[in-house]
Design a protein around this ligand. Structure first.
Ligand code: SF4
Length: 224
């Protein structure tokens, strides 16, 4: 691990900013992937039966199995990516079930998300679900929402951004079915070609759009 990443892991491991998370441990280590990866996936938070138990993001539960299937559909391996989440600790309700992270917890953890993005410095970011997409607003403001922007390739913070749906069984059953998610991952593959194999192309395209846009425009621009 590089020095900056090691320091980040150490700080996250000792973090007690969220009172409800005090019994949990932040899921951030070399098990999240290579800090040299050019592609970063961002989820919502570790799941009780998944990463909170295995320490590997998107593993050990049905969301992880779905995620692995979608990755392999575009021949992408975990060695090529880095995976993190908007909240690094597993949020649980009083009954012990998974719950969504609160706005305060997301605000607290945005310092780690910002530094993780800066440290790994990926060309391509893929957000999994609306919580992850919203979390990016605290780092560099955008006006995207998942319903309108899913499966499109955007420029954000000098990177290529693809918002897609979360791979949880609930989302697959109701909001974004298997066939649609498989199509979304084809777009992810296209974004990787644009942002990783030809990184200059994405930024050149971005510049071209910027010069046509109104001065001061800060909203993300759709690249494809
Ligand atoms: S969720 Fe993030 S900010 Fe909150 S305690 Fe865990 S590491 Fe700290």
């Amino acid at each position: 691990m590089n020095e900056a990443f090691t320091q980040l892991v150490k700080e996250a491991a000792g973090c007690t900013l969220c009172p409800a998370m005090c019994g949990r441990r932040a899921v951030l280590s070399e098990l999240n992937g290579s800090p040299e990866a050019r592609v970063m996936f961002i989820g919502e938070a570790p799941g009780r039966k998944g990463a909170d138990r295995t320490r590997v993001p998107f593993s050990g539960d049905q969301s992880g199995a779905n995620f692995d299937r979608f990755l392999s559909s575009i021949k992408l391996t975990r060695k090529e990516i880095f995976i993190t989440s908007a909240a690094l600790c597993n949020p649980r309700s009083e009954t012990g079930a998974n719950r969504k992270p609160t706005q305060k917890e997301l605000a607290n953890c945005s310092r780690f998300l910002r530094r993780t993005i800066e440290t790994v410095d990926p060309n391509v970011i893929v957000t999994l679900g609306s919580v992850a997409l919203e979390a990016l607003k605290r780092i560099e403001y955008h006006e995207l929402n998942l319903r309108e922007s899913a499966s499109q390739i955007h420029s954000w913070n000098n990177r290529v951004l693809v918002p897609i749906y979360h791979p949880s069984p609930q989302v697959l059953a109701s909001h974004r079915r298997e066939a649609e998610q498989l199509r979304d991952y084809q777009v992810v593959g296209k974004a990787i070609l644009l942002g990783v194999r030809r990184p200059g192309a994405a930024l050149a395209f971005d510049h071209e759009l910027e010069t046509k846009a109104a001065p001061g425009r800060r909203t993300p621009k759709r690249l494809v």
